[in-house]
Each structure stands twice: as structure tokens, then as C-alpha cells.
Design a binder for this molecule. Structure first.
Ligand SMILES: Cc1cc2nc3c(=O)[nH]c(=O)nc-3n(C[C@H](O)[C@H](O)[C@H](O)COP(=O)(O)OP(=O)(O)OC[C@H]3O[C@@H](n4cnc5c(N)ncnc54)[C@H](O)[C@@H]3O)c2cc1C
Length: 491
């Protein structure tokens, strides 16, 4: 029998009977999102407390992959060396050992392995924990549409109307899809404009004729992935890449980099921080090392630096420094970097910098005009296809997701002040629209960028996961904490 329920927004939702955890347990956790973050949190919860029950909710046909590790291309490599990709913070060699046993016995910590191999690694960890704690893990292949709390019990309501009850709910939604509104003028390109690179599949790539040229808008890691995939399909046409700064990700260098150690407190202004980093790079260079060692050395303290900066300075970073930070910090495997460099040198890739100003059609081609960053002149690029590689949207208010609309509508979540994700407390608990820390709703992974800035890659997320798992399996309830309400004018 289906149940009618009035949800908080005043709309009526049809619901089938709720799904209950399979066995009685000390703690039941529903995790929305079954990528790396969701799966590894599930594994950690099962490992720490074999009596806990976990429900993973994700519409993907297979859990554990998310966007990053679902790729089928062997040439899509991890952008972090194997030695730093262990999913378990207390066992740094775990991935290397797993890869030696399951992929190639010659794997070394410095190697950059295929991303699809990493997906298999995540799945194998989850399977192992499931085997050790049978019947404690439930995987539901459906989209979560909303979350409500009644009488101290949380309910995740699925797109199909069924619901799951749990003590705690964790949002592990990953990066939001690319914001196509950024390129809204491109709608006149019709079917030749692909609004989101990550939804573009191998079949569609094969359809691109070698006679055509392709324009990628955005020059970060997504554009690099597209270049690799196009060439894997033996696409021989020209690949134009256009972005505001025209900067491509730098490559890692082979071998170990020696990291600089920071002894002093970090300044609280962008100007002074930049000066400090530049000085440190000069010192490293005098010792025969390069900027990579300095950028890498900032990684363990990035969250601390970010949180100590006043909001205006963080905003300054996003406006003026981010594009440069991204290409130095989010580096690509040496072999990929060499391929991109040689394509740029040989003209296979043509790099343009400027802001898109318009789009039209001429015969069979799409013509995109842009204002050249250096000269200010209007230029045009003719291509057969245009693909949006501008990277994920970060403003949760602009994402077309029923779940986000519902959470925002109920006031259960609010964006962080810079619209990089959600506003969260130190332990990952969501902060609601009135500034109250939730006692049942948490987030992990890229949703926490506003708090930590560095919150999208495995080395940081695995620590968040271990900490949240420890918290959720700790039976001592904490009193709710009050946070400053957000500046209402921001929303
Ligand atoms: C192309 C690419 C390459 C990358 N390469 C690396 C790398 O080499 N090394 C590294 O450390 N990091 C890399 N990253 C960073 C990556 O973000 C993390 O490694 C990690 O995959 C993040 O996992 P996640 O689970 O937080 O997000 P995701 O893997 O994106 O998973 C989120 C999941 O949430 C699900 N979901 C969303 N909304 C709902 C809903 N309403 N209901 C139910 N389910 C929902 C989605 O279906 C998805 O499966 C890469 C990222 C990308 C995009």
C-alpha cells in the first residue's frame, strides 16, 4: 500500500513502504552517493563497527566508480602517483600492494596507473568489508530525491517514492555537473554543442569525423581527458582549446620531489602569501629543486591556511590566483603531459585565451567568437563540435538536482559563503539555514570545498572519511552547536 506524505515544501509525494535496515544494529547510516567517498565511508563504518548497518544510494549501475573511475579508457591515468592513492589513511602502501597483486607485480609507488584500475580497487575494498560483515550493507540503485527528519529518525526519500530510514545521513554527492548556464549563448549551436563533457560517451566520440575540428571550452583536467579520449578514438582533426587564461595543467616530474617544510605562521593576506611562496620557490631553485616541491609542501596545510584567511582574501584568491593555482596544483601524469606538449608544439592542439562573446553557425560549422585576452580583439574559431569542459558547477543553488532543491528548500543545508559547496562544521555536519549544526546530516568530499578548499582528491577525502566514520560509530551524542547565521544578502 502506498502512503501519502506532505513534504516540508508543501508538495505531496507518493511513497511506497519504507525500506528498513536488514538487521537491528547500533547505528544505521544512509549514504547518498556511491563514488569513492560513499563506498569508502561504507567500508570504514562496517570495519569499525560490525554491528552498524549501512545503506548506499546511487543510481549508477555499479558503485565505487563515480565520474573519475568509471572511464573505460586505459589511457586515462590517475593524476596522483600510486604511492599516494591508498584509500586507507592508516595504511599508505595499501593501493600499491593491491595493484601489485591484482594488476601488475612491477607497480611502484611513483607509477601513475589507469583510473579504471583504481575503480576496481575501491570495489574490492567494499566487497571485502561486505564479506566480513554480511547483510549489513544494502545498495539501492536509485537517485535520492529528498531527506526529512521526523521524531528523531531520518528518512531518505528515493526518486521512485520509496524511503529509507536511518539514524544518520551522509551526502557524498561528489562534484556537481558542469554549469551549462556559463555557456548559455552556445544553445544556438544546437546538437553540435555538448553541454557537459562527463556525459559524453565513447560512442558519441566515435561519431566525430576526422574531417571536423573540435573546440573544447575550458583547459583544465576535463579538457585533457577529452584530448586523450579523442586521440584514443584515432581522431586526427585539430583540437582547439579555449579558456579565459589559456593555461593547461602542468605535468608531474618523474621521481620524488623533496618538499619544503613550513616553519612560520602563514600570512593572512593573499599578497603576503604569494610573496612567501615565491620566495620559497627561489630558495628551492637555488638548491636545484623546482616549484613543485613548494606547491606539494602546501598541501597538508592548505585547509589550515584557507580557514585562517579572511573571506575577502579567499575571494581574492578565487578571482586572481585560482587559475594559476589549479594548473600548478592539479598536475597530470608525465606521459600525458608529454603527449599534450607535443600536440601543442605540432599544432594538433591550438590553444586560445579569451572570453566567449558569441556563437553562430556557418554552413556545417559552429563559429564561436571570443575576445582575445592579450589583444582585446574579437576572434573566431570554426569547428564541427563544441564541448563544454569548464569543470563542475560549485554553486548548489544553480544545480538541477531534486535533492539539492529539496534540501535548500527545507533549509536543511546552506551554501558556504563563497558558494563552493555546503556550509559545514569541522566534523562535516551540515549547517542549516539558521546556523544550526545538524545532528543527523553530514557531507564529505568535494561538497566541503568551501571549508577546506583542498577537498576533491583521495589524499584529503580518505582522512575525512576515517574521521567521519569514527564520529558516526562513537555512541556518545553531542549537544547541538550554534553557528553564526549566514549573511542573508548572499543568498
Ligand atoms: C575526471 C576526474 C579524474 C580524477 N582523477 C583523480 C585522481 O587521479 N586522483 C585523485 O585523488 N582524485 C581524482 N579525482 C578527484 C575525485 O573527485 C576523487 O578522487 C573522488 O572520485 C571523489 O569521489 P566522490 O565519491 O566524492 O564523488 P564521485 O565519484 O563523483 O561520486 C558521487 C556519486 O554521487 C552520486 N549521486 C549524486 N547525486 C545523487 C543523488 N541525488 N542520489 C544518489 N546518488 C547521487 C553520483 O551518481 C556519483 O556516483 C578526479 C576527478 C575527476 C572528475
Amino acid at each position: 500500500m502506498s502512503i501519502k506524505l506532505m513534504d516540508i515544501l508543501g508538495q505531496t509525494a507518493r511513497m511506497a513502504p519504507e525500506l528498513r535496515p536488514r538487521q537491528s544494529s547500533q547505528c544505521s547510516v544512509a549514504i547518498i552517493g556511491g563514488g569513492f567517498s560513499g563506498c569508502m565511508l561504507a567500508a570504514q563504518l562496517l570495519r569499525r563497527d560490525p554491528s552498524s548497518s549501512v545503506t548506499l544510494v546511487d543510481p549508477a549501475p555499479v558503485v565505487g566508480l563515480g565520474v573519475a573511475y568509471a572511464t573505460t579508457y586505459a589511457s586515462h591515468l590517475l593524476n596522483v602517483p600510486a604511492g599516494n592513492m591508498s584509500a586507507l589513511p592508516d595504511d599508505p602502501e595499501h593501493f600499491v600492494r593491491w595493484a601489485q597483486l591484482n594488476y601488475d607485480s612491477e607497480v611502484e609507488a611513483e607509477d601513475f596507473l589507469p583510473r579504471r584500475v583504481y575503480g576496481q580497487y575501491i570495489q574490492s575494498i567494499l566487497r571485502e568489508e561486505e564479506r566480513r560483515s554480511p547483510y549489513r550493507l544494502q545498495i539501492i540503485r536509485e537517485e535520492a530525491a529528498s531527506v526529512v527528519q521526523r521524531d528523531g529518525t531520518a528518512r531518505v526519500i528515493l526518486a521512485g517514492g520509496q524511503s529509507i530510514t536511518a539514524d544518520k545521513v551522509v551526502l557524498a554527492l561528489g562534484n556537481f555537473p558542469a554549469g551549462s548556464h556559463r555557456l548559455s549563448g552556445m544553445s544556438s549551436a544546437g546538437a553540435s554543442f555538448i553541454s557537459h563533457a562527463w556525459t559524453f560517451n565513447a560512442f558519441e566520440l566515435q561519431e566525430i569525423s576526422n574531417k571536423e575540428s573540435v573546440l573544447l571550452i575550458g583547459s583544465g583536467l576535463t579538457a585533457v581527458d577529452l584530448v586523450i579520449a579523442l586521440r584514443a578514438h584515432e581522431f586526427t582533426g585539430t583540437i582547439h582549446i579555449l579558456s579565459r587564461h589559456g593555461l593547461l595543467p602542468k605535468g608531474h616530474t618523474d621521481g620524488n620531489t623533496v618538499c619544503a617544510a613550513w616553519e612560520n605562521e602563514f600570512p593572512r593576506s593573499m599578497r603576503d602569501l604569494l610573496r612567501l611562496v615565491r620566495e620559497q620557490i627561489e630558495i628551492e631553485q637555488r638548491h636545484g629543486r623546482d616549484w613543485r616541491s613548494v606547491i606539494d609542501s602546501l598541501r597538508p596545510c592548505t585547509s589550515q591556511i584557507w580557514q585562517s584567511l579572511p573571506i575577502a582574501e579567499r575571494r581574492r584568491f578565487l578571482r586572481h590566483v585560482r587559475a594559476y593555482w589549479d594548473v600548478h596544483r592539479h598536475r597530470i601524469a608525465p606521459v600525458i603531459s608529454a603527449q599534450i606538449d607535443s600536440e601543442v608544439a605540432g599544432g594538433g592542439i591550438q590553444l586560445h585565451s579569451g572570453r566567449v562573446t558569441g556563437c553562430g553557425e556557418e554552413r556545417d560549422a559552429v563559429v564561436v567568437s571570443y575576445r582575445d585576452r592579450k589583444t582585446g580583439e574579437t576572434r573566431k574559431i570554426c569547428s564541427g563540435r563544441v564541448i563544454n569542459c569548464t569543470g563542475p558547477e560549485t554553486d548548489c543553488r544553480k544545480v538541477a538536482s531534486p535533492l539539492l532543491h529539496n534540501l535548500l528548500g527545507q533549509g536543511l543545508v546552506r551554501p558556504d559563503p563563497l558558494f563552493l559547496g555546503f556550509d559545514v562544521a569541522e566534523d562535516g555536519a551540515l549547517i542549516d539555514s539558521s546556523g544550526l549544526k545538524s545532528n543527523f546530516l553530514y557531507a564529505i568530499g568535494p561538497l566541503l570545498k568551501g571549508r577546506h578548499w583542498e577537498s576533491i582528491a583521495v589524499p584529503e577525502i580518505r582522512v575525512q572519511i576515517a574521521e567521519l566514520a569514527a564520529k558516526l560509530t562513537d555512541s556518545n551524542p553531542k549537544m547541538p552547536e550554534i553557528f553564526e547565521p549566514a549573511d542573508a544578502s548572499l543568498f
